[in-house]
Design a protein. Structure first.
Length: 74
């Protein structure tokens, strides 16, 4: 039986993976589950959160594509 990581650890893994992606690369919920070790609902919520914060864009095939982001330096 595979041990599931804590939610915090799994979400951190997924967030770090997505933020390390190059603009144009894609990830879907199945891949997110493999990366994080978390259940689909948690992965969907994290991917939606990253989308709402401007890091990804949702495609018609339910994959998320990494958007190009720029850091604002003051």
């Amino acid at each position: 039986m595979r041990r599931q990581p804590t939610v915090k650890v799994g979400l951190n893994r997924l967030r770090e993976f997505v933020l390390a992606m190059m603009p144009g690369e894609q990830v879907n919920a199945t891949q997110a589950m493999e990366i994080s070790g978390l259940e689909r609902g948690m992965c969907d919520a994290m991917l939606e959160s990253l989308m709402h914060n401007g890091f990804t864009m949702r495609l018609q095939n339910d994959a998320y594509i990494r958007r190009e982001t720029q850091l604002l330096i003051q």
